[in-house]
Design a protein around this ligand. Structure first.
Ligand code: F1P
Length: 346
């Protein structure tokens, strides 16, 4: 993953990756809205992209499950950009969704990993993530690779539209360049995460909570745990907890917070207090040097500090490793989870 990201962020490769965006900058600049269609992990990458694009480009974004979009009768037409995200490029729901949107005059842009795949061929233009094949069935490195490309796209479009100032563009570019090293640092903490996993291998349920850019990471963490350890897990925006899920909290429920340093930090701290007051077990993904949440949580997984907009690229990694080690603790084949296919082509 580290090498793949280094490759993506090399300036010549970045130009190549963004060639499809560059050629269609006026289409993006004039878009009425962008509708993201995807499934599973790619859908979660789409949720992060929604925040990135709305922040940097001020274009309205909707994120739809392709598996719903293809069967309903959505209002789509010229002026809409359909952004299809897929690791395999062969997911049938996403493929059919873009076929429908294409018939109705939308512009289709694919962000896919597999070169020459069906979704890539059906799109008017696109950007490849070049993450290499996933070794296991569950999508992992694809998520960070997709977010890298989606961040680069949002930055490029924002700069062209004038909604992202040159100085801020350059600052974000500098932050992106640091990501491969931060991925490496985070992956090197795997032994500590393995120890955390030992405490939770017998859990029946799990709750994942995050805010802002880290909310989709909570969803993705919960999906990964379901996929490879078969533990029931739910992801929620932390602020929604009081609207229902809090009723689940007792001493048997592990609650995993994505609690890196960002604008929501104080609010996440009070969410953690609410869980502790109900005797829930707290695991937290925290930024390096955070002594406050470290002192409150039962277990922590530490990541380097990252700009808020790019935080999901890093904060997802400990949740993937935790799911992996919990699956291994439970004696499961984490590369081939039951009932799951590498690409869902029906
Ligand atoms: C979408 C997806 C994956 C998931 C599993 C089934 O695939 O839902 O996210 O981990 O492999 O398919 P794709 O469209 O991104 O290839």
């Amino acid at each position: 993953l580290t090498d793949c990201l280094r490759g993506r962020l090399d300036s010549e490769n970045m130009t190549l990756t963004l060639a499809g965006v560059e050629q269609h900058l006026s289409v993006f600049a004039q878009a009425k809205r962008i509708v993201i269609v995807a499934c599973g992990t790619s859908w979660h990458a789409g949720l992060v992209a929604e925040y990135m694009i709305e922040t940097l480009c001020r274009i309205p974004v909707e994120v739809e499950y392709a598996s719903e979009f293809r069967y309903r009768n959505p209002v789509i037409g010229p002026g809409d950009i359909i952004l299809a995200i897929s690791q395999s490029g062969e997911t049938a729901d996403t493929l059919v969704a873009i076929e429908r949107a294409k018939e109705q005059g939308a512009f289709i842009f694919g962000v896919v990993n597999a070169v020459g795949s069906s979704i890539a061929r059906l799109s008017h233009a696109g950007a490849y993530t070049h993450a290499g094949p996933e070794i296991g069935v569950a999508s992992t490195k694809a998520f960070t690779a997709q977010l890298t490309v989606l961040a680069m796209m949002a930055m490029k479009i924002g700069k062209a539209k004038g909604t992202l100032a040159e100085a801020e563009y350059n600052r974000l570019l500098g932050e992106l360049a640091l990501i491969p090293e931060k991925v490496k640092t985070t992956l090197a903490t795997h032994e500590a995460i393995k120890e955390v996993a030992k405490h939770y291998a017998d859990a029946r349920d799990f709750l994942f909570l995050g805010r802002g850019y880290n909310f989709p990471v909570a969803l993705e963490g919960a999906l990964k745990l379901k996929e490879i350890s078969y533990i029931h897990a739910e992801g929620y925006p932390a602020a929604e907890m009081k609207h229902g899920p809090i009723a689940l909290v007792d001493e048997n429920l592990p609650v995993l917070f994505i609690a890196t340093k960002d604008a929501y930090y104080e609010k996440i701290v009070s969410n953690i207090q609410e869980i502790k007051a109900r005797k829930g077990k707290v695991i937290a993904v925290i930024s390096e040097g955070d002594t406050l949440i470290r002192s409150m949580a039962d277990h922590v997984m530490v990541v380097p500090e990252v700009d808020e907009l790019l935080a999901p690229l890093i904060s997802v990694l400990p949740t993937q490793l935790l799911s992996y080690y919990i699956g291994v603790e439970r004696g499961l084949d984490v590369d081939k989870p039951r009932n799951l296919a590498k690409s869902v082509t029906v």
